[in-house]
Ligand binder design. Structure first.
Ligand SMILES: [Zn+2]
Length: 450
């Protein structure tokens, strides 16, 4: 596979160079080329969302050489180095690629992420093949999103998903070392862990320099998770259950946000997953299930999603319907909590929890961005959560997630201005990963045949 990949990339290089005939402008044929040539790529006359400024800088030129951003400045000051491939940016916005920081990735998902502008993912139930893929992508052997891989779920009670059962502290300590040896980046805390097991993970985490991320086990509780320095808490739902239980009383939200703000914890709200779950067995759910991108999900996953459909002919429940009211109250609490966490200065990450129901890999990032904006978080801050914050979270601040000279060229080019309408992100003009330019046609060609 690696050999084929390299051959393909070399062919692309030759093709790209051959098609470059030194014209000043760019043609469709050039834009249709998916592979960056050695001389680099220049985006001309483009608005740039650097993620440093709050608005897009108009009329910029951005030069990429190798896998890095080499130069950014006013387009009129540009002197195009010879042989460089030009991508026209007029009417378009260039921004860092998006990071989906909570995924459960399948082997065929890479093109789905790239086609949606997702250039970084954090796998939250890692297996050895995820680690191998992460390393191949990092080595430039395979084109794909930058990957971070949390360990397999570390659970204290049996789960319906792949997990490692941790009966006691001794097992916790042993398994933490094993996860380190297997190359995982984080220890994924999951449901049902005892206090003793959790404490053993805390100790191992410090010894091994392997941060804890994940859930809030019931026996451990929010305060202990915060005191332990767990780096990320996944799902505002977890915070809800750890604080108000099944009584979603919104008056308690400010105090909860205050508690978390006193620590260095990050929160990954995964609102869209909850939003979709709140619609199961309604016609709205069925309509979303019929969307074209659903064809990309694995048949087993598709079967699970289909099992949550409303029977044919069922009417959309009225707002007074008790089940609808309960779902709205639970979702409303989580949405308001996410907003309160943002207002309290707690750093948030964008994570989808794909492939939970209706969350197609890649496509679902747009649902999560929309859910966070709908919660009342300004679009620029939602985009920062999806770019710059993610880099800071993994300890690679300024390395990527910004458009700045020296940063990794993981970029997204879209028509229009995503700050005015996030839908602009759904159909990228092209995506750049580690300096390789993939235009819309190339992204489409990479999608699995269905
Ligand atoms: Zn998850």
């Amino acid at each position: 596979m690696m050999a084929t990949e390299q051959v393909r990339r070399c062919l692309g290089l030759v093709l790209g160079a051959a098609l470059w005939v030194g014209s000043a402008g760019t043609t469709e044929a050039q834009e249709a080329q998916s592979i960056a040539d050695d001389a680099g790529v220049v985006f001309r006359d483009v608005a740039v969302l650097t993620m440093d400024a709050d608005t897009a800088l108009p009329g910029q030129a951005v030069i990429v050489q190798g896998d890095r951003i080499a130069w950014i400045g006013p387009d009129e000051e540009l002197e195009i180095p010879p042989g460089m491939r030009v991508v026209q940016g007029s009417g378009r916005t260039l921004l860092p690629g998006l990071a989906d920081m909570h995924v459960h990735m399948d082997r065929g998902d890479v093109p789905l992420f790239l086609a949606n502008g997702v250039t970084t993912v954090r796998e939250m139930n890692g297996d050895d093949w995820h680690v191998a893929l992460r390393d191949s992508i990092a080595a430039g052997e395979v084109i794909g999103p930058r990957m971070f891989v949390a360990s397999t779920l570390l659970a204290g009670e049996p789960q319906p998903w792949r997990h490692v059962l941790i009966p006691d502290a001794t097992a916790a300590y042993r398994v933490a070392h094993e996860m380190k040896d297997r190359g995982f980046d984080y220890l994924k805390i999951y449901d049902g862990l005892s206090r003793a097991s959790y404490d053993a993970f805390v100790e191992a985490s410090r010894t091994l320099n392997l941060p804890l991320v994940g859930h809030i086990p019931r026996e451990v509780g929010l305060d202990r998770v915060l005191a332990a320095g767990q780096l990320s808490i996944e799902h505002v739902e977890q915070i809800m259950y750890a604080t108000v239980g099944h009584e979603p009383d919104t008056s308690r939200i400010p105090a909860i946000a205050k508690r978390i703000a006193l620590t260095d914890a990050w929160v990954v709200p995964t609102l869209a997953a909850q939003w979709m779950l709140s619609t199961t067995r309604t016609p709205a759910y069925n309509a979303r299930l019929d969307r074209p991108e659903t064809r990309f999900v694995d048949p087993d996953i598709g079967g699970w999603w289909a099992s949550l459909k409303a029977p044919d002919g069922v009417a959309e429940p009225s707002p007074e319907d008790p089940r609808r009211r309960r779902a709205a109250a639970f979702y409303g609490f989580q949405r308001d909590l996410a907003r309160a966490l943002f207002d309290a200065g707690i750093p948030l990450l964008v994570g989808t929890d794909t492939p939970n129901p209706l969350l197609v890999p890649g496509f679902s990032v747009h649902l999560e961005l929309a859910a966070l904006v709908d919660a009342g978080i300004p679009p620029i801050d939602v985009l920062r959560a999806a770019t710059r914050n993610a880099a800071r979270f993994v300890g690679e601040e300024d390395e990527w997630g910004v458009v700045r000279p020296g940063a990794l060229a993981n970029l997204l080019l879209v028509a229009g201005n995503p700050l005015e309408n996030l839908d602009a992100l759904k159909q990228p003009v092209g995506v750049m990963v580690a300096g390789q330019w993939l235009d819309r046609d190339s992204l489409k060609r990479m999608l699995p045949k269905t």
